[in-house]
Design a protein around this ligand. Structure first.
Ligand SMILES: Cc1cc2nc3c(=O)[nH]c(=O)nc-3n(C[C@H](O)[C@H](O)[C@H](O)COP(=O)(O)O)c2cc1C
Length: 346
């Protein structure tokens, strides 16, 4: 217990901030200080530009929902204008406290969380979080992530979010493994996914992306259901359900017993799932799972994604995203790629 828990507390001060946990002060080693990245304008290589429904991205890299909270937290580390877009923490109708502690754990190279959709709720998102982004980053494309306990709740939130002009797209989180109602339960049934997607598409002025769970037998049936429901695109994938035990107490370490595994172990699983879905679905895919480098981004594009999200990598290195974005042009030169739009599998 001691080792795991101490590890968790020591490593996760920064991670907790990005995951929306309370943390008094973040002290970074000087090697990760972002001074060099904060100064100067953002020079963007036009070869990195990608267009998706509702999203004109200067590059295909964005932080994943739940790993950058509402943007203020990562804005301490680097200029958000470097990003292709930002995906906000999943929003529910009312604020949620989430699950009890501990709910974030470093497990080898991977992370586990049972955050339980801790968030400020849609009203505060509209009143406070989105206006802050609009004021400070008017050019940055913003994706709001939505979850509800029922189809009606998803629909209601999607409708309320129409009030924001500074929102480019919605991402339906039908895949959260750490809540008892809604979330993943909805994402495993094709009929529910189709209906849920259709109702949100009707309720919203924004393009609707559907975020899939890997915790299913055949992900293609769910992807096709979202496409039939009118999804503008898919986000693949949310975390994979896992479990860790404490040796001394012989009890599960996380408060919710199980948690969602994120980080490098997800990458080959996600690449396989994207490859499978790409064979049957035509809508764009935003890939997410274990990305830590520009090489990973390229591999996701080859598998069939058009853009990517990076989550847990920022917990370990606050500058993971700007570093990945800066490394992309160098990698493109190395592989003779003239434009990222042209990267596809053989
Ligand atoms: C602490 C934490 C909180 C998360 N919260 C959300 C969330 O609110 N909504 C969501 O759709 N995904 C959430 N995720 C899942 C991530 O968006 C992403 O799908 C997953 O972590 C895999 O990417 P990664 O391996 O790059 O971290 C969360 C992940 C972590 C680690």
């Amino acid at each position: 217990m001691a080792e795991t828990t101490e590890n968790m507390l020591a490593i996760s001060a920064h991670a907790q901030l990005l995951a929306g946990e309370e943390t008094p002060q973040i002290i970074r080693p000087s090697s990760t200080r972002p001074d060099n990245l904060k100064k100067g304008g953002v020079v963007s290589d036009p070869r990195l530009g990608v267009e998706l429904p509702g999203l004109k991205l200067k590059n295909p890299v964005m932080p994943a929902s739940g790993t950058c909270w509402y943007g203020q937290e990562i804005a301490r580390d680097y200029d958000l204008n470097r990003l292709g877009a930002i995906v906000l923490k999943t929003t529910t109708l009312r604020p949620r406290e989430g699950n009890g502690q501990p709910r974030l754990l470093k497990s080898g190279e991977e992370w586990m969380n049972c955050n339980g959709l801790h968030n400020v709720g849609v009203e505060q998102l509209l009143a406070d979080k989105l206006p802050w982004l609009e004021e400070n980053y008017p050019e940055l494309p913003v994706i709001a992530s939505v979850a509800g306990n029922s189809i009606e709740e998803y629909e209601e939130i999607a409708g309320k979010l129409n009030a924001s002009k500074h929102l480019n797209a919605l991402e339906l989180n039908i895949s959260c493994p750490n809540v008892k109602a809604g979330g993943q339960a909805m994402g495993v049934d094709p009929e529910v996914v189709e209906e849920l997607t259709r109702r949100c598409v009707q309720a919203s002025d924004k393009p609707v992306y559907v975020k899939l769970t890997p915790n299913v037998t055949d992900i293609t049936t769910i992807a096709l259901a979202a496409e039939r429901g009118g999804a503008a695109g898919l986000t693949m994938i949310n975390t994979l359900t896992g479990l860790r035990f404490d040796l001394a107490s012989r009890k599960p370490i996380l408060s919710n017993v199980t948690g969602g595994v994120s980080g490098p172990a997800l990458k080959p699983i996600c690449l396989r799932l994207i490859h499978q879905v790409r064979q049957v679905c035509d809508i764009p895919i935003i890939g997410v799972g274990g990305i830590t480098s520009a090489e990973d981004v390229l591999e996701y594009l080859i598998a069939g994604a058009q853009a990517v999200q990076v989550g847990s990598a920022s917990f370990t290195d606050p500058l993971a995203l700007p570093k990945i974005i800066s490394a992309l042009p160098v990698l493109m030169d190395q592989y003779g790629i003239d434009n990222l739009k042209n990267v596809k599998g053989e």
